[in-house]
Ligand binder design. Structure first.
Ligand code: IPE
Ligand code: IPE
Ligand code: MG
Length: 246
């Protein structure tokens, strides 16, 4: 990839379209999820090759529990399998894994596996890989609010001292820069309760490609598109250009 392109520090992806991918091939939805894991592998590899600092992947939303039990079972099984198979490769490639979401709803076995892989990769200094599982942006803000309320109760902070920074430090992605580029595959143009607090100023990119078909080239196309945008953060074009010395 041409190094003139600006590489986003943090890319957040809603990996959508697995079910439709399978349906188009007359296969069960589960096959789409299975193929989706292969796409994850390729995208993670591309991100570490491009020196992306952080990649966040939406794997299972708080709302996905509404799906048929059979599909949920398959998804949990796949998650377990992928963690098991990829753990060593993640550590070897200096990738640090963090799973965010309300993990208490998962089986003890899955929770233990998550913890094990997080610990195995904790010392990695390369790509930070965030997997959002049983995650919802509103859940994240709610749990942050609870943490802050406890600090008020204990007298550690005062209500009117709560700042945006305090909330940023209390959501599950504390310490990680906000997403610069948000990608959603599968054609829908919505955020579906992903990192809603963190994405206040993310550049949004939507593609019709279904997640199992999304590959390194597609990712690079999204990065090129991102790279051509002017991020103004409320300023004028002229101010931004002057600051960039143009
Ligand atoms: C995304 O693909 C994977 C999960 C939500 C777990 P979908 O399963 O939502 O695929 P479509 O949207 O039905 O095609
Ligand atoms: C969003 O996809 C969640 C994940 C990719 C895990 P969905 O397929 O669940 O989103 P909606 O229901 O179309 O908004
Ligand atoms: Mg979907």
């Amino acid at each position: 990839m041409n190094q003139e392109f600006k590489i986003p520090s943090h890319i957040a992806i809603v990996m959508d379209g697995n079910g439709r991918w399978a349906r188009a091939k007359n296969r069960p939805r589960f096959m789409g999820h299975k193929k989706g894991v292969e796409a994850v592998r390729e995208i993670v590899k591309t991100c570490f090759e491009l020196n992306v600092e952080c990649l966040s992947l939406f794997a299972f939303s708080s709302e996905n529990w509404k799906r048929p039990e059979e599909e949920i079972k398959h998804l949990m099984g796949l998650f377990m399998l992928a963690l098991d198979r990829e753990a060593k490769a993640l550590a070897k490639n200096n990738v640090q894994l963090k799973v965010v979401g309300d993990l208490s709803s998962f089986s003890e076995k899955l929770q233990a596996k998550i913890k094990q892989v997080e610990e195995l990769t904790a010392q990695s200094t390369g790509l930070k890989l965030i997997v959002a599982a049983n995650y919802g942006g509103r859940w994240d803000i709610t749990q942050a609010t609870q943490k802050l309320a406890l600090k008020i109760e204990s007298g550690e902070i005062k209500p009117d001292s709560i700042s945006e920074e305090d909330i940023t430090k209390s959501v599950t992605t504390a310490g990680i820069p906000d997403p610069d580029l948000f990608i959603r595959t599968g054609g829908e143009k919505r955020i579906s309760n992903f990192l809603i607090w963190q994405m206040a100023y993310a550049e949004l990119y939507f593609t019709d490609i279904l997640w199992p078909d999304f590959n390194a080239e597609h990712l690079k196309t999204a990065i090129q598109d991102y790279s051509s945008r002017q991020r103004r953060f409320g300023k004028t074009s002229e101010q931004v250009m002057a600051a960039e010395g143009k």
